[in-house]
Design a protein around this ligand. Structure first.
Ligand code: ADP
Ligand code: MG
Length: 328
């Protein structure tokens, strides 16, 4: 009887300790983007320790995949295009391998070798006119995932054509969000949410027991959301052209480029993809822009456990089969 009472007391005590966990948030700039990290922890010190470790993890990844950093493994691959295969870490090798798989799923709409085209498109407001058709046509010469040669035995990556480049702009933030989540889960953090400028991944529940929520922004009014979703242990990634874009003759072009034509994608305002991993969701959201609404949603409908919401440039909302839009 006494033992039972003690057990009940201990159970009660541990429950009350558990329920003392609070949400701690930090916002910072990483990988050139805003990151919002929220986690549950039992003290501010503990939360800081966990978030610090997530931040180091994201920085570590940035050091591998950055195309700006002269010493990154990615830069070494790019500097050796058309010259020689480069031995890389298993982590980067696997990421490139998965990127190529996504290129196959999306019929080349997603292609990390888009990067040699960044010479002709600038999305920082400095472009005043559309490049000529000739220049655009020439820009795709060095683009094509089939020319990324992986040697599994040697763990090397070779870009076949001189001047070819790879870049992780459309998948890197998602990958970093996944890795930071995994690291914190391994450390025992029961719940959290990582939002890398619209690349979001979460696990567990909020302190009040509710699921994490994500709102899809109304394109007509950026401060309003038109639908909100409960998300549990899942990623949601939104690619939008309302942040980085160029405009010529009243037509808006996004910073996502069609690897086959060399032209920036147009026609879609935002694409949100729901998937188990932010990495896949990130790459697919980018792909939908290139594929267009209909083809893009059709592709998503064929993938298990993946859903999407697309808003076209007429502000019409489209969704994959498994989505029920809950108007709020
Ligand atoms: P964001 O999260 O910045 O809105 P995305 O995840 O859609 O955007 O990624 C867009 C970035 O991906 C571009 O800035 C560029 O670096 C890169 N990119 C552009 N076109 C492609 C493409 N077709 N395939 C892969 N990466 C691309
Ligand atoms: Mg993306």
């Amino acid at each position: 009887m006494k033992v039972n009472l003690i057990l009940v007391f201990l159970l009660f005590l541990s429950l009350s300790v558990l329920s003392q966990e609070k949400k701690y948030d930090r916002t910072l700039k990483l990988m050139g983007s805003r990151f919002d990290i929220s986690i549950l922890a039992s003290s501010e010190n503990e939360a800081n320790e966990y978030i610090d470790s997530a931040v180091s993890e994201i920085k570590r990844i940035e050091n591998i995949i950055s195309s700006w950093d002269k010493n990154s493994e990615t830069t070494k691959i790019n500097n050796n295009s058309g010259i020689a295969p480069v031995k890389v870490s298993e982590e980067l090798f696997d990421l490139i391998n998965r990127s190529i798989q996504i290129s196959k799923i999306t019929d080349g709409a997603f292609d990390i070798s888009y990067a040699s085209m960044d010479k002709i498109w600038k999305f920082d407001g400095t472009m005043v006119k559309m490049p000529s058709a000739e220049v655009i046509k020439k820009s795709v010469e060095k683009v094509g995932y089939k020319n990324i040669i992986l040697d599994y035995k040697e763990q090397t990556v070779f870009l076949k054509l001189k001047g070819m480049k790879i870049g992780f702009g459309a998948i890197g933030k998602g990958y970093a969000a996944d890795k930071a989540k995994k690291l914190m889960q391994n450390k025992g953090v029961k719940a959290g949410l990582i939002n890398a400028s619209g690349d979001l991944n979460c696990w567990g529940k909020q302190p009040d027991g509710q699921s994490w929520k994500v709102g899809i922004t109304n394109p007509l009014n950026k401060n309003k959301i038109f639908s909100s979703f409960d998300i549990d242990d899942r990623a949601v990634v939104t690619s939008g052209n309302y942040e980085k874009f160029i405009q010529f003759d009243g037509k808006r072009y996004s910073h996502i480029i069609n690897p086959k034509t060399g032209y920036p994608a147009s026609g879609i305002v935002s694409a949100s993809v729901f998937a188990a991993k932010a990495e896949l969701a990130d790459a697919l959201a980018t792909s939908i822009f290139v594929m267009g609404t209909e083809v893009g949603i059709d592709m998503i409908d064929q993938l298990n456990g993946v859903e999407c919401i697309v808003i076209d440039n007429k502000n019409k909302i489209h969704a994959s089969k498994g989505i029920q839009l809950k108007k709020i």
